[in-house]
Design a protein around this ligand. Structure first.
Ligand code: B12
Length: 496
């Protein structure tokens, strides 16, 4: 290999725009995280097209011909990643195309059924894989060498203690809300039967030290002026003690920050909620999933202390921390009876907001690997490579189980949603995108609830148009996104 100047080797890190518009709210964390590993090895550029026009990017690729283009991907934008990857391959002639991210980590070998334009796929942690990739690229000219995508699986789990500051300085965040994702740990030990996070991130938790987290927050506040954070950890309070230490350190740091996080009920109580609030917590997201003991046991959720959950939600309400609870409808053996148990439990729990997902089989999870045990039959033998294409498409049914078809599951979803909308909780259609946007723009929960229930009473026509569009998931129908964001921000300030 001839010696090459660092700047001759240009590595793009890219997020494609999702046709479903789900990735237009916050910046993505994988891009600056990987850029921080790459930046002293080559010239890195981050291109987040979440709110951009992809054809401008393809033209840029044609003009500048970067050596490598690496795409990140979630299930909902993977189709766009694949088409953009092949456009880029054509436009540049010989840029090396790499894909990674949560969806690629789940697909594994199935990536080969999907495309010929992808040279390398990274399954799992990107930081150690980058080293392997650069070694392989030393004598790779971008012309097809492998008859299929070469899959890189890092040989070890990356220790987050060696992580440096994500390269936010390379990221143009202007089109997004001023909320930053931040990671204090990776991996999940809980092993719920429907979830693929163990497969994607490992079944062991790897954590940053408390000091490391505080330093990172401090740098974000001081250099970027960002004060709102969303922790990306699967469970921020996987350890009671560490959660306590983190919160204490946030208080002691004197940083005026606001944050939200995923948490588990069994590791939190009224005191911990109060401390979290003092440390800047605005919202906690819980995966409750069901109100039926038998379903929770089958999910291996180990969360059957319903009284305790109610106490935590009540304590959070008293302190002013927003509680959002996620539920799943249609897990194997779900029935009209277990659905009604869940509805009843949601009534008792009465969190500030609720989201219900329809159960679907995720590759490499226990419900997939042991499908027979759950009475699951696959109706589409090619469902794994098809999954991203039909994500959110209610006409696509690829499995059924003993008690329900996917159509039944959808039917029960509407039954549940109808019931939930009768109680004093916000049904969160768009998960927590809007919630966090709202809270991070300074709005309070009561204000949002007021508007949510009686929009006509509080909003003018212009505001109504944007607010309803956010609420009803037809966000793509709002032509002027920037304006929509501004409306939400102004409203939040009004309802402080
Ligand atoms: C934070 C989060 C969100 C946030 C913020 C997302 C954002 N804009 O960054 C919000 C709430 C907006 C969100 C929304 C959604 N999410 Co989400 N989210 C997460 C969460 C909790 C953390 C993700 C994260 O940032 N991790 C930290 C970063 C550093 O990890 P990473 O992205 O995986 O990147 C690493 C590797 O994957 C790899 N890598 C990534 N990209 C690339 C690229 C290259 C070239 C290479 C070499 C390597 C590489 O290297 C990185 C460093 O090791 C995960 C679950 C979890 N605990 O991790 C779910 C998760 C990723 N989300 C999921 C889903 C389904 C969604 C939604 C589709 C939900 C919906 N119906 O709307 C949307 C899609 C939004 C989108 N496209 O951006 C699924 C993904 C499933 C899948 N097959 O893709 C997960 C795994 C949750 C789950 N258990 O189901 N999400």
């Amino acid at each position: 290999m001839h010696t090459m100047h660092k700047n001759d080797f240009v590595f793009h890190l890219v997020r494609a725009k999702s046709a479903k518009m789900t990735n237009r709210f916050y910046p993505n964390l994988a891009l600056p995280t990987l850029a921080s590993v790459l930046r002293d090895k080559c010239k890195v550029e981050i291109h987040d097209l979440g709110r951009d026009n992809s054809s401008n990017y393809t033209k840029y690729v044609r003009d500048t011909k970067p050596r490598v283009i690496g795409f990140t991907s979630f299930i909902d934008d993977f189709d766009e990643v694949l088409s953009l990857a092949s456009e880029c391959k054509q436009a540049s002639g010989n840029s090396v195309i790499v894909v990674g991210g949560p969806h690629v980590s789940l697909l594994g070998e199935a990536i080969n059924k999907l495309t010929k334009s992808v040279d390398f796929a990274v399954v799992g942690d990107g930081e150690p894989a980058i080293g392997d990739l650069l070694k392989m690229l030393a004598d790779y000219d971008g012309r097809p060498k492998f008859d299929k995508t070469f899959i890189i699986r890092p040989k070890y789990l990356y220790s987050l203690q060696s992580a440096s500051w994500p390269a936010w300085d390379l990221y143009d965040r202007t089109p997004f809300f001023p909320v930053l994702p931040i990671e204090t740990s990776r991996g999940c030990t809980y092993a719920c039967k429907y979830c693929g996070e163990g497969q994607m991130y490992g079944k062991k938790v790897r954590a940053k030290s408390v000091e490391q987290v505080v330093m990172e927050l401090k740098r974000n506040v001081e250099e970027l002026g960002v004060r709102f954070f969303r922790f990306t950890d699967s469970t921020l309070n996987f350890s009671k003690k560490r959660f306590f230490d983190l919160c204490r350190a946030f208080v002691d740091s004197g940083l005026d920050i606001h944050w939200s996080a995923y948490a588990r009920f069994e590791n939190i109580d009224a005191n911990a909620v109060a401390l979290a609030k003092e440390a800047g917590c605005v919202a906690l997201f819980f995966g409750v999933e069901s109100g039926s003991e038998s379903i929770l046991k089958a999910m291996r959720k180990n969360l059957t202390n319903f009284d305790h959950m109610q106490r935590v939600v009540a304590a959070a309400k008293d302190t002013g921390v927003h509680t959002h609870c996620n539920f799943i409808v249609g897990f194997p053996d779900e029935s009209a009876h277990t659905v009604s148990e869940t509805v009843q439990f949601i009534r008792n729990l009465n969190p500030d907001s609720v989201h219900i997902s329809t159960f679907f089989v995720v590759p490499e999870t226990d419900v997939h690997i042991n499908a027979e045990k759950y009475g699951i039959r696959f109706l589409d033998p090619n469902w794994i490579p098809n999954l991203h294409r039909f994500f959110g498409d209610s006409t696509y049914s690829y499995f059924r189980h003993r008690t329900m078809t996917q159509e039944d599951i959808r039917k029960y979803y509407f039954v549940m949603r109808n019931e939930v909308e009768k109680i004093n909780t916000i049904y969160w259609n768009l998960k927590d995108h809007l919630l966090l946007t709202w809270l991070s723009a300074g709005g309070n929960v009561e204000g949002l609830k007021k508007i949510w229930r009686e929009p006509d009473k509080y909003l003018n026509r212009h505001e109504l148009e944007h607010f309803e569009a956010f609420k009803e998931k037809d966000i793509h129908k709002v032509d002027d996104e920037q304006n929509g964001n501004a409306v939400i921000r102004d409203l939040a300030i009004k309802f402080r």
